[in-house]
Design a protein around this ligand. Structure first.
Ligand code: PLP
Length: 393
């Protein structure tokens, strides 16, 4: 391992040199089934022909021009995203934290425009919104914040899935301008927001003139079996952050807004050099096209259900399995003890998985899984979980 990389990651001792579909190959030629998808990024799996072609064609035409000029691909992508989501306008950036950073800036400006001098954004316990200073402040994890103080002011934290706590903040803090929340907490351990909560939160935001801002960086672009997680609840947010699956591996983020929120930014208030460049937008357009033409929303829904059903059956009655939950291709298997070492055990068995929140196995496979991949994943994960719980008990 090079001494010249900053020491920010505890990397696994493996490097992948090739991918195809739901599989990756390492330097020795060994094949692995991918249930991580580059952390919920590679929605189309690896080397998807349409994505590869779109990137190659765009690279040969023009890669980057900057936002000093019109970018036709960016306009096309904005139109497409708004048609799919019901939002009105899009700001493009390059990552999830930047999409949330844009949302936070938008909310603050929205507040200032209303005469609120110290705008407050309500955020959740166990939330994950990124690693920039504003987004790590919004993140509900001391581990991620520690050492980076002073954090930003202007955030109020409440427990996830607790409307009373939000009502309580509303009574005592008249400077609230927005609520920022994940529809399913990813890093926080696959914690699912009931659709009824989101509907009530929508009403609460309307009653107070707050922006409902959804961080759909992980849940968006088909991950939960619908284009966006909020579509399970039948509400529409005022602001939505996207990234991960949007470019299916090419870095791109987006902050979408609707109604009054869509009119907050004006020339000079926000920007990004790379944001929405032709290459990234071509990749995102190809991703959306492939999800649609290959019926991947339905596939994500059905394969996700099959994975959960398979795991529930295989792990029924196994002591130490606390919960098996998820929506679409966003699946958590919660154990009663820390299980980080299972990542290596699964890799040795030829399957790539992830563990988050210490004791939750997170499965976020590419949306293209077939029946064979579901079967291998269920068999391998249930095997290693059973063996692990037997040994550790
Ligand atoms: C991954 C993630 C982010 C951060 O995205 P980056 O591209 O790493 O900045 C933000 N919010 C959620 C919900 C995420 O899953």
């Amino acid at each position: 391992m090079s001494e010249h990389l900053m020491n920010t990651y505890a990397r696994q001792p493996v490097a992948f040199v090739r991918g195809e579909g739901a599989y990756l190959w390492d330097e020795t030629g060994r094949r692995y089934l991918d249930a991580v998808a580059g952390v919920a990024v590679n929605a189309l799996g690896h080397a998807h022909p349409k994505l590869v072609k779109a990137i190659a064609d765009q690279a040969a035409a023009v890669i980057h021009t900057s936002n000093l000029y019109r970018v036709p691909r960016q306009e096309e992508l904005a139109d497409r995203l708004c048609a799919l989501s019901g939002m009105d306008r899009v700001f493009f950036c390059n990552s999830g934290c930047e999409a949330n950073e844009a949302a936070i800036k938008l909310a603050r400006l929205y507040g200032h425009n209303k005469g609120i001098e110290v705008p407050t954004i309500i955020v959740m316990e166990k939330a994950f919104h990124g690693r920039t200073l504003a987004t790590l402040t919004a993140t509900g994890s001391r581990k991620i914040q520690a050492g980076f103080e002073p954090l930003l002011s202007g955030f109020a934290r409440v427990p996830f899935n607790d409307l009373e706590a939000i009502r309580h903040v509303a009574e005592h803090n008249k400077s609230v301008v927005a609520v920022l929340i994940e529809v399913v907490q990813g890093e926080g351990g696959i914690n699912i927001l009931p659709p009824a909560y989101l509907a009530e939160l929508r009403k609460l935001c309307d009653a107070h003139g707050w922006l409902l801002m959804l961080d759909e960086v992980q849940t968006g672009i088909g991950r939960t079996g619908t284009w966006f997680g909020f579509q399970h609840a039948g509400v529409v947010p005022d602001v939505m952050a996207l990234a991960k699956g949007l470019g299916a591996g090419v870095p791109i983020g987006a902050c979408l807004a609707r109604g009054a929120a869509a009119e907050v930014f004006t020339p000079g208030t926000h920007g990004s050099t790379f944001g929405g460049n032709p290459l990234a937008c071509a990749a995102a357009l190809a991703t959306l096209e492939a999800i649609e033409s290959e019926n991947l929303l339905e596939n994500a829904k059905l394969r996700g259900e099959a994975i959960r059903a398979g795991l529930r059956e295989a792990l029924a009655g196994v002591h130490g399995v606390v919960d098996i939950r998820g929506v679409g291709m966003m699946i958590g298997v919660e154990l009663d003890r820390p299980c980080g070492e299972l990542v290596g055990v699964a890799r040795d068995a030829g399957v790539l998985i992830n563990v988050t929140s210490d004791r939750v196995i997170r499965l976020v496979p590419p949306l293209i899984y077939g029946a064979a991949e579901v079967e291998t994943l269920v068999a391998t994960v249930s095997d290693i979980v059973r063996n692990y719980l037997r040994q550790a008990a």
